[in-house]
Design a protein around this ligand. Structure first.
Ligand code: GRF
Length: 213
């Protein structure tokens, strides 16, 4: 299930999917620049033509593709276009970094246990929905600890095997914005680490439990 650190003598290629701001994409670029993540970003694919994340990619000379739902007659057709774009870029591992679409099953089937997602809660709590919904739900539930989760994407939304989690405190005077900001800082650390862990080829699965051997 794992992606070896070197694929046929080259660095593993990432395909990063975005829909918005792109701070997690930046965190991936920064980790690569610092030499902490041995990988390349082959393509950044966005579901929105005006996503600021696209500018981060073009600024670095990374290829970008926009696959917006309204361009396609069905979710399956959209999924086929996504698979085609990722294959064209020879992507070894797909990373959803603030990607706002639910995949057609054909995408998950094309990259089995090769897609990671970051979610701004400690799954399985507050699954589903885009930021800031999970953060708002955590505040409303009165939890004292929240955080973020990187997990493998399966056909069940936000329910694939968990690769890594980071916890942050929920403070009495938090608003959705302050909690989201604290979680986001943790995301920027966790996502590159989790990608590196999967690329190391040492993650093993036993049922839903992923562990590093
Ligand atoms: C993050 O909170 C991520 O966990 C969620 O969407 C947000 C994306 O932020 N899936 P950014 O676009 O990476 O800044």
């Amino acid at each position: 299930m794992n992606v070896p650190e070197q694929v046929e003598g080259r660095l593993p290629m990432l395909g990063v999917l975005v829909s918005g701001r792109g701070s997690n994409l930046e965190a991936i670029f920064d980790a690569i620049d610092r030499g902490e993540l041995r990988a390349r970003v082959g393509v950044v694919l966005s579901s929105k033509a005006d996503a600021p994340a696209l500018e981060h990619a073009t600024h670095r000379g990374i290829a970008t593709v926009v696959i917006a739902p309204k361009q396609y007659a069905s979710r399956a057709a959209e999924g086929e276009a996504i698979v085609e774009a990722l294959r064209a870029a020879m992507v070894d591992l797909v990373v959803l970094a603030g990607y706002a679409r639910i995949f057609d099953p054909c995408v998950v089937q094309a990259f089995p246990l090769r897609i990671l997602n970051i979610h701004p809660s400690l799954l399985p709590s507050f699954a589903g929905g885009m930021a800031p919904r999970p953060q708002r739900e955590a505040l409303e539930a009165g939890v004292k600890i929240s955080g973020c989760t990187v997990h493998f994407v399966t056909e069940d939304v936000d329910a694939g095997p968990i690769v890594a989690q980071a916890a942050v405190p929920v403070l009495d005077d938090d608003t959705v914005a302050t909690l989201a900001e604290r979680i986001l800082e943790a995301e920027h650390q966790l996502l590159p680490q989790a990608i590196g862990r999967v690329l190391s080829g040492r993650v093993r699965l036993a049922g839903k439990r992923a562990s590093v051997e």
